[in-house]
Design a protein around this ligand. Structure first.
Ligand SMILES: [Zn+2]
Ligand SMILES: [Zn+2]
Length: 343
C-alpha cells in the first residue's frame, strides 16, 4: 500500500490528502542552491521593528532588550463594537467580528531567527505568547487567541526582523473550529483525547517521529499535506499555553530550537514557514479533549527555490503529495544537532 496512490485521513479536520509515493521513487534530486546567505545587520536603521526606530503613524519603538509587543499598526481586527453589516438574505450572511492583533518581536536583534537564539531567549518568547494569550482572552468578547509566526518572503512576510503575531478574535476561526469539533467527537466516543491516543501510536511506530523530549514530541503527521510539515504535540493534555509548567516551557523551547534548526539545515537557508499554536477556545468550558499543539507548514519541496504550490487539483479537488511523510521524517531527523550557520 505504501508505494501506491492512497488517501490519508486527517482526524483533526476530517479532511483527506492524496499521497502518490510512486511519483517520488525517482532518485532524490535535492541540491543545495547557490542562494546567498542573508547577512542581515544586527540593527537596521530602516526597520520598523528594531529598537528606537519609528513605526507607521509616528510611534517610536522603545529601546527594548528582550521581547517587544505592540498593537499592529495595520490591524486586521478592531476592538470597537460595530453593528453587523445589514443582510436581508440567508445566502448573503455576515456577522461583525471584533478583536485585536499584536506583533511580538523575538528580540532586539534584527538578524537572529528562532534557531539562532539561545534557550533562555526562546523560553522568554514562549512566556510572552502565554502572557499575551492570558491578557487578550481576559476580554469578555474574545473567544480565540491565535499565536503564529510567518517567516520568510516566500510566505509573504514583509519584514525579516524575527517576529510573531497574536490575533485574538470574537469568534473561533475555521481551523481551530474544525479541530474542536473532531476532538470533541473523538473524546465523546473514546473517553480519551484524540492527540494523546495519536501520540501513543506514533511513539510505538517511530517512523514519523523526529524528536522526543521529556514533555513534547515533534513528528511529521501521518496526514501531512506540506512536504516537510511538522506537528509538535504536548505529552500532557494541557489545553492552553498558560497550563504549561516551567519545565514544560523549557522542553518546548528545546524542541522549537531543534525543529527550526533541522529546517534551516535541510537546504542550508533560513527556512520559510508558517507556524502556529492551537490552544483550546476561550468559551468558559472545560476542554479535556484538547491537547496543546503547534503546526509548521513550510512551502519548500526539493531545494531552497523549489516550492510546492497548492494549485490545480489541490485548489479544485484535494491536496496531494509525492514524498511520503515517512521519508520526509527520515531526512529531517538527522539534521537537528548544529545549526549550519553556527557549527
Ligand atoms: Zn529590525
Ligand atoms: Zn491544530
Amino acid at each position: 500500500m505504501s508505494n501506491s496512490p492512497h488517501r490519508r485521513f486527517n482526524p483533526l479536520t476530517g479532511e483527506w490528502v492524496l499521497v502518490s509515493p510512486h511519483r517520488a521513487k525517482r532518485p532524490w534530486l535535492g541540491q543545495v542552491e547557490e542562494s546567498p546567505l542573508e547577512n542581515l545587520p544586527k540593527y537596521d536603521p530602516t526597520c520598523y521593528l528594531c529598537p528606537r526606530n519609528e513605526r507607521a503613524g509616528g510611534l517610536s519603538n522603545p529601546d527594548y532588550s528582550s521581547t517587544f509587543v505592540f498593537d499592529n499598526d495595520f490591524s486586521a481586527l478592531l476592538p470597537d463594537e460595530v453593528p453587523a453589516p445589514a443582510s436581508d438574505h440567508p445566502l448573503l450572511a455576515s456577522v461583525s467580528e471584533r478583536g485585536l492583533c499584536r506583533v511580538v518581536c523575538f528580540s532586539p536583534r534584527h538578524d537572529l531567527t528562532l534557531p539562532e537564539l539561545d534557550h533562555a531567549s526562546i523560553e522568554n518568547i514562549i512566556n510572552t505568547w502565554t502572557e499575551q494569550t492570558i491578557e487578550l482572552s481576559a476580554k469578555d468578547y474574545i473567544h480565540y487567541v491565535q499565536v503564529f509566526e510567518n517567516k520568510g518572503a516566500m510566505m509573504g512576510c514583509s519584514n525579516p526582523h524575527p517576529h510573531s503575531q497574536v490575533w485574538a478574535s470574537e469568534h473561533i476561526p475555521n481551523e481551530p473550529a474544525k479541530e474542536l469539533q473532531h476532538q470533541k467527537a473523538y473524546f465523546h466516543e473514546h473517553g480519551h483525547a484524540l492527540l494523546a491516543d495519536y501520540l501513543v501510536e506514533e511513539h510505538k511506530r517511530k517512523e514519523r517521529i523526529l524528536f522526543i523530549n521529556e514533555h513534547f514530541t515533534a513528528l511529521i503527521p501521518y496526514w501531512a499535506v506540506w512536504p516537510f510539515e511538522i506537528l509538535l504535540v504536548a505529552h500532557r493534555s494541557a489545553a492552553y499555553l498558560a497550563d504549561l509548567t516551567s519545565s514544560e516551557v523549557s522542553a518546548l523551547a528545546d524542541i522549537l530550537k531543534r525543529v527550526t534548526t533541522c529546517y534551516d539545515n535541510l537546504f542550508e537557508i533560513s527556512f520559510p514557514y508558517s507556524m502556529g499554536f492551537h490552544q483550546a477556545p476561550f468559551d468558559s468550558q472545560p476542554h479535556p479533549e484538547w491537547v496543546l499543539h503547534a503546526h509548521f507548514y513550510p512551502p519548500l519541496l526539493r531545494s531552497a527555490t523549489v516550492r510546492k504550490f497548492m494549485v490545480g487539483y489541490e485548489m479544485l479537488a484535494m491536496p496531494q503529495r509525492d514524498i511520503t511523510p515517512e521519508s520526509a521524517a527520515d531526512r529531517l531527523r538527522s539534521l537537528s544537532d548544529l545549526h549550519y550557520r553556527h557549527p
